[in-house]
Design a binder for this molecule. Structure first.
Ligand code: ARG
Length: 456
């Protein structure tokens, strides 16, 4: 028996039944479907559309079903196609024909839109918690490792010296924006679509504001056709998730590079690495590699839904059933990635001496020599030229800038005097950059304090 059997002469093809069904994945919406139905049933009675007695029977039945779902005892069947019909059928089995009154003034089209919104609201809250947690780990690490000086890079070439804490805080800032994107996306998820019916609302005197209040929605959708055809809220979430994964992926990429013997800046804990089946010496950074890899999968889910939606006429089309697997997959992937990344970072050891040693080569203090000349009233462009020549000289003579004698300095410009050595000492170079957002110790300390306060 199908819900639409009245109109049909032939039964559904067995392959079609399987192909058409979404229960294989939308069973994940069970608790939200029940939550939404309870609020709907309550509203139907409040508005006099069904009796209070019927409403109470329905709600009691739904409560029992929820307990079955939570206990893992609910049996989902493909013949009943999706989560909505699985639950409704169970309800009528339990409480009889009165269960059939639940779907009054409702369609699966506004029902599914509601379920996905309830699900996503819940998930966004959880993901926000995980983003915060990772930020906390980074702030802790920044604080603990404030003394570590390392090269900052552009084009992956050593550029200027910074603090490791500065690098960690860069990711904390990116994650902070990721968090804000979730907060922003939530605002548009948090709108009630129920009451839009199949596409054109309903004749029944429903109270949408009441349902919104019951379910904690901040507002009610203002166009029924829009509400059942809209999946922007999913796309927006997938875009926010993709951006966040892009950040984790860049960080992962750096960790992978940093663990190579060529860099040797960090030691990822054994519990986050694997060995090789053939090469006994190997310790591979699988976890950052996997997070980098899973980023592609999350982008794929965003692309898939954008492409699915691009040609759809209003309002609901079955294509839209394809919105769920990618969403669920993204939610699971992002949650696991954030959690594992935080745990991995908390156990990662940074090699202060290696990082510091790396700032000794690569002329990372060349800009500081130019700035020194500017202080002595030489125009910056001229200073740049003079330092370029001194760097070239150093390369030719296999020297560091700090190893040039006063005589050699004077050869490039007579304004050089003994204070040059202090001016280009690596610590000086870092701590002199004390503008807002710079790598100087005092500034890093200020930002850590500010961001910790903001998190609490
Ligand atoms: N399983 C469907 C989905 O996920 C529910 C909505 C079905 N609506 C319909 N008119 N067939 O999109």
């Amino acid at each position: 028996m199908k819900m639409w059997d009245g109109r049909f002469q032939e039964s559904t093809d067995a392959l079609v039944e399987e192909f058409n069904a979404s229960i294989g994945f939308d069973y994940k919406l069970a608790q939200y479907d029940i939550q939404g139905s309870m609020a709907h049933a309550k509203m139907l009675a409040k508005c006099g559309i069904i009796t209070t007695e019927d409403s109470q029977k329905i709600i009691k039945g739904l409560e029992e079903i929820l307990a079955e779902v939570e206990a893992g005892e609910f049996e989902f069947t493909v013949e009943l196609e999706d989560i909505h019909m699985n639950i409704e059928k169970r309800l009528t089995d339990k409480i009889g024909a009165v269960g059939g009154k639940l779907h009054t003034a409702r369609s699966r089209n506004d029902q599914v839109a509601l379920d996905v919104r309830l699900y996503l609201r819940d998930q966004i809250e959880q993901i926000k918690g995980l983003v915060k947690q990772l930020q906390e780990v980074l702030l802790e690490l920044a604080e603990e490792n404030i003394d570590i000086i390392m090269p900052g890079y552009t084009h992956l070439q050593r550029a200027q010296p910074i603090r490791l804490a500065h690098h960690l805080l860069a990711y904390q800032q990116k994650l902070k924006r990721d968090y804000d994107r979730l907060v922003d996306c939530y605002k548009r998820v948090n709108i009630l679509p129920l009451g839009s019916g199949a596409l054109a609302g309903t004749k029944f005197p429903i109270d949408r504001e009441f349902v919104a209040k019951e379910l904690g929605f901040a507002g009610v959708s203002q166009n029924s056709l829009d509400a059942v055809s809209d999946r922007d809220f999913v796309i927006e979430f997938l875009a926010a998730a993709s951006t966040m994964m892009m950040h984790l992926s860049r960080f992962s990429e750096e960790l992978i590079i940093w663990t190579s013997s060529e860099f040797d800046f960090v030691e990822i804990s054994d519990s986050f690495c694997t060995g090789s089946s053939i090469m006994p010496q190997k310790k591979n950074p699988d976890i950052p590699e996997l997070i980098r890899g899973k980023t592609g999968r999350v982008y794929g889910n965003l692309m898939q839904l954008l492409v699915t939606m691009k040609g759809l006429p209003l309002a609901y089309n079955k294509d839209m059933q394809e919105d769920k697997e990618g969403l669920f997959d993204t939610v699971d992937t992002v949650k696991k990635s954030l959690e594992i990344f935080a745990r991995m970072m908390a156990k990662t050891k940074f090699k202060a001496d290696k990082m510091k040693a790396s700032t000794e080569g690569g002329f990372v203090n060349a800009t500081d020599v130019a700035d020194y000349l500017v202080d002595k009233d030489i125009p910056f462009r001229e200073a740049h030229e003079i330092v370029g020549k001194s760097v070239f000289y150093c390369i030719e003579h296999n020297k560091k800038l700090s190893e040039l004698t006063m005589e050699e300095w004077q050869g490039f410009s007579e304004v050089f005097s003994d204070d040059i050595y202090h001016a280009i000492a690596i610590e000086t170079c870092v701590d002199a950059r004390n503008t807002i957002g710079g790598p100087a110790r005092a500034e890093i300390e200020r930002v850590i304090k500010q961001e910790k306060e903001a998190l609490n």
